[in-house]
Write a protein that binds this ligand. Structure first.
Ligand SMILES: NC(=O)c1ccc[n+]([C@@H]2O[C@H](COP(=O)([O-])OP(=O)(O)OC[C@H]3O[C@@H](n4cnc5c(N)ncnc54)[C@H](O)[C@@H]3O)[C@@H](O)[C@H]2O)c1
Length: 333
């Protein structure tokens, strides 16, 4: 049995709390929040957990094995540091932290204390992404990936659309390409609040011609959560809003011929079947929570560990610099 405390039970944290309360081999001992209203609302969902406004009470409890941090991004570093120093395993929501040096410090701290550190890159636990990893080789060389995460939805005051939405897309792109970008460039605009971009267009370059593009916005008429992967052999589309059939694989492609007499023969196009792979669907959040618990129990490195979090924070920080510099590319090498 793993004893867990969830810290920050606002809009998202209460979903984490609900999951830990329901998983049989976890005991959600505390829910913790500075806001009594958020705490009371979550206490109704998790009546067996002790509500507390005191983070120190959670850390002082020797029974607590793991702390789940789901507060707003700017508080992640301080709370994770305290929890690791108190000897707790830590799960922290995305964005991991807001600063590369903070990410490196937390990774070193977790390592030194022999603690598990996991970052909430939820989509890495999505059955479609898991399937895409299996199918990856069959797509051939991945030429490019583009994704859109758009809606007319919750406007945040603590972070822009890049830091709020793009960690999901970036983490999947790095996971699928199995490498980090050498250069990024981002443009965006703030319409609703000064200095907080509502829409961001981010491009990632991987040095070997592979590239990716991420379009995020909370000021858009469409609700879209879609990623398209274009490979040399096949192409795939992950549409997270499709009720079923979230993944489609297109046996389509184009090949440049070396032996040709006319331009018509230079490029040959291939139009094959569209397949919908079978997926055993489960709630990604539940899978993510179960993964964290398994890592705590078995002392193994999470899929989205601190290094994974650091790689995403590196991209976000470079993208933020580019954003402030009107889209000038920022090198990451
Ligand atoms: N994985 C996902 O799909 C997903 C979705 C939404 C949000 N998130 C992430 O979850 C985190 C929380 O987002 P949210 O939308 O729930 O924000 P929120 O503002 O609704 O909730 C944050 C809560 O944290 C509490 N809090 C802040 N500082 C605290 C502290 N020092 N101690 C205890 N409680 C504190 C606040 O009182 C608030 O109730 C963010 O990092 C966000 O990016 C992830």
């Amino acid at each position: 049995m793993v004893n867990v405390a969830v810290v920050g039970v606002g809009g998202w944290g209460k979903n984490l709390a609900r999951n830990y309360a329901q998983i049989p081999d976890a005991r959600l001992k505390y829910i913790c929040d500075l806001n009594p209203r958020a705490l009371a609302a979550c206490a109704r969902l998790c009546p067996e957990s002790a509500p507390t406004e005191s983070f120190d009470r959670v850390l002082d409890d020797g029974e607590i094995d793991a702390v789940v941090v789901a507060t707003t991004g700017e508080t992640h570093y301080a709370l994770c540091k305290k929890a690791l120093e108190a000897g707790k395993d830590v799960f922290v929501e995305k964005p991991f932290v807001l600063d590369v040096a903070h990410a490196e410090e937390l990774i070193a701290l977790a390592e030194a204390r022999g603690r598990i550190l996991m970052v909430g890159h939820l989509l890495e636990y999505h059955p479609v992404v898991e399937k895409l990893r299996v199918l990856r080789e069959s797509l051939g060389r991945i030429y490019y990936i583009y994704s859109q995460r758009l809606n007319l939805g919750t406007v945040r005051e603590d972070e822009n659309a890049l830091w709020n939405f793009a960690p999901h897309d970036i983490s999947v792109i790095l996971y699928l390409l199995e490498r980090t970008p050498t250069r990024v460039a981002a443009t965006g605009q703030s319409y609703l609040q000064p200095g907080i971009e509502d829409v961001v267009f981010l491009t990632l370059y991987f040095g070997d011609e592979a590239m990716a593009h991420v379009h995020v916005s909370w000021l858009d008429p469409h609700k879209v959560r879609r990623m398209t992967i274009v490979g040399s052999e096949k192409m795939a589309v992950f549409d997270d809003l499709a009720p079923t059939e979230k993944l489609k694989v297109y046996d389509k492609g184009a090949r440049v011929n070396t032996d040709y007499n006319s331009f018509a023969e230079y490029v040959s196009l291939r139009f094959g079947d569209i397949t919908i792979p079978y997926l055993k669907m489960a709630e990604p959040l539940r899978l993510e929570c179960e993964h964290f618990l398994a890592c705590v129990r078995e002392r193994r490195r999470p899929l989205s560990d601190g290094l994974d979090g650091l790689n995403v924070v590196r991209v976000l920080t470079a993208a933020q610099r580019s954003l402030k510099d009107n889209g000038a590319p920022v090198s990451l090498s």
